[in-house]
Unconditional design. Structure first.
Length: 156
C-alpha cells in the first residue's frame, strides 16, 4: 500500500485560518519518478541518425522483396502437398524466411541505441506478413485459374 506522509504543520486555531495555509511548505523529500537521461547521454549527430534511418529503410525494403519472392516460391515449392498441410508448410516457410532477414539485419551492423534494438525484428513485419500472404494467394490463383471449375455453365 502507498504510504502518505503526515502533514507537519501546526494546527489552525480558527476555521478561517485553514484556508490560508502557508505556500512556503514544500515537500522536497519526494523522489523524481522520471529522470532526464538526455543530459547524460551523448547527443546523436544528424549523420548518425540519417545512417541509422537508411539502414532501417534498407531492412524494410529487403523484407518487402523477400516477401514477394518467398510468396511466389511458396506456390511452387508446396505444390505436391495437399490441404491443411500446405497452409502450415507455407506459414512455417514464411517464418523461416523472416528469421533469415533478422540474421541479415544483424550482419548489417546497425548501431542502434538499446531502446531501438527491437526495431531489427519489428521493422516492416506487418508489410512482410501481408505481402507474403497476398503474393502467395495471388500467384496460386493465377497458376490454378484454368484448372478450377467455377460451376458456371457458359451459354452457347
Amino acid at each position: 500500500m502507498a504510504k502518505f506522509k503526515k502533514k507537519k504543520s501546526e494546527p489552525t486555531p480558527d476555521p478561517k485560518d485553514s484556508k490560508k495555509e502557508s505556500i512556503k511548505e514544500e515537500n522536497n523529500e519526494i523522489p523524481d519518478t522520471e529522470s532526464n537521461n538526455s543530459e547524460t547521454s551523448e547527443p546523436i549527430s544528424q549523420e548518425e541518425k540519417s545512417e541509422k534511418d537508411k539502414k532501417l529503410d534498407n531492412l524494410f525494403w529487403l523484407r518487402v522483396g523477400f516477401a514477394v519472392i518467398a510468396g511466389t516460391l511458396a506456390t511452387f515449392i508446396f505444390e505436391d502437398i495437399q490441404g491443411e498441410e500446405r497452409r502450415w508448410a507455407s506459414i512455417v516457410f514464411m517464418i523461416i524466411i523472416f528469421i533469415v532477414t533478422i540474421f541479415i539485419a544483424k550482419s548489417m551492423k546497425m548501431q542502434l541505441p538499446s531502446s531501438d534494438r527491437k526495431k531489427i525484428v519489428t521493422q516492416g513485419i506487418g508489410s512482410y506478413i501481408f505481402l507474403y500472404l497476398f503474393v502467395w494467394i495471388l500467384t496460386y490463383t493465377i497458376v490454378h485459374a484454368g484448372t478450377v471449375s467455377t460451376g458456371i455453365i457458359p451459354i452457347s
